[in-house]
Design a protein around this ligand. Structure first.
Ligand code: F6P
Length: 319
């Protein structure tokens, strides 16, 4: 293998730039020519490749977003789209591809791998929702961003004796809500994996008020899809002024945390080392604190499960 490429795909996540830097520099260190693919799979289909040298990834490891841009590309789901992408790689003499993204992105990488392109995945999504790894790049930063926002909302909630329903990201996964909610001491955390009974949520708000609490915080994951509704019911039933704040894409940006920088760097370098060792069709991941690699089919086969003991603990501390 002489030439490899790297792309970012799906929703961006803090740490993607750090991972790009690691792939490029580790690749050069291992004697490879490294290319960046602009705009994810869309750029692959268009043959939008740029040669990357050591300097091209200087001064990016601390920046949010992705210097290669990212897209969600429907055309690449089709055989026709995949064929075009493979032709572009062949024409450029590129035989290895590192895909940084979520499970949708790995569906595409699986198809490429089956057709002779040595593809490796790096889990990059703030949602932390990929099976085959305990961690996805961007999660730690997103949780800290959400937590910072909740702490600030709590200040004003307390001054005005209000209840706040705060919706955080997480399409189908409650990880951000669970971590941010636990660390913020939320009264209730509502996640797709365990939708709390609204009566219980109301109960907790009322019990808190009886104890003299000046505010209540309820964190709800986007995937539950009911932030406004929950806010309305709580206000009607408790009589407490209740506001709803949706944090949204704010959580996707920002400088990656130290943990995200470390994970992105380790996973980026590992992806290159695997390619050099002739291993492909796998996703790099973290399992019990160790870097591992899992075949795409296996990583995509199972729905990732959330550790519910953390959820139970959070509930037991906010009674
Ligand atoms: O997958 C990451 C994520 O931020 C989800 O939490 C969210 O549902 C989705 O992406 C939003 O996607 P988009 O940026 O395309 O609106």
């Amino acid at each position: 293998m002489k030439k490899i490429a790297v792309l970012t795909s799906g929703g961006d996540a803090p740490g993607m730039n750090t991972a790009i830097r690691a792939v490029v520099r580790r690749g050069i260190f291992k004697g490879l020519d490294v290319y960046g693919v602009q705009n994810g799979y869309k750029g692959l289909i268009a043959g939008d490749f740029i040669p990357m040298d050591f300097k091209s990834v200087g001064d990016i490891l601390h920046r949010g977003g992705t210097i290669l841009q990212s897209t969600r590309c429907d055309e690449f789901r089709t055989e026709e789209g995949q064929k075009k992408g493979i032709e572009q790689l062949e024409n450029a003499g590129i035989s290895g591809l590192v895909v940084i993204g979520g499970d949708g992105s790995f569906q595409g990488a699986t198809k490429l791998n089956a057709q002779g392109v040595a593809a490796i995945g790096i889990p990059g999504t703030i949602d932390n929702d990929i099976s085959g790894t305990d961690y996805t790049i961007g999660f730690d930063t997103a949780v800290n961003t959400a937590l910072d926002a909740i702490d600030k909302i709590r200040d004003t909630a307390s001054s005005h004796e209000r209840t706040y329903v705060i919706e955080v990201m997480g399409r189908n996964a409650g990880d951000i809500a669970l971590w941010a909610g636990m660390c913020a001491g939320a009264e209730s955390i509502i996640i797709p994996e365990a939708i709390d009974d609204i009566e219980d949520v109301i109960d907790r708000v009322q019990r808190g008020a009886k104890r003299g609490k000046k505010h209540s915080i309820i964190v709800v994951a986007e995937g539950v899809g009911k932030g406004d509704e929950i806010g309305k019911v709580i206000e009607e039933r408790t009589g407490f002024e209740t506001k709803v704040t949706i944090l949204g894409h704010f959580q996707r940006g920002g400088s990656p945390s130290a943990y995200d920088r470390m994970m992105s760097t380790q996973m980026g370098a590992k992806a290159v080392d695997l390619l050099v060792d002739g291993i492909a069709g796998v996703m790099v991941g973290l399992r019990n604190g160790q870097l591992v690699h899992t075949p795409f089919e296996e990583a995509l086969q199972y729905k990732r499960t959330l550790d519910m003991s953390t959820y139970d603990l959070a509930r037991s501390l906010s009674i």
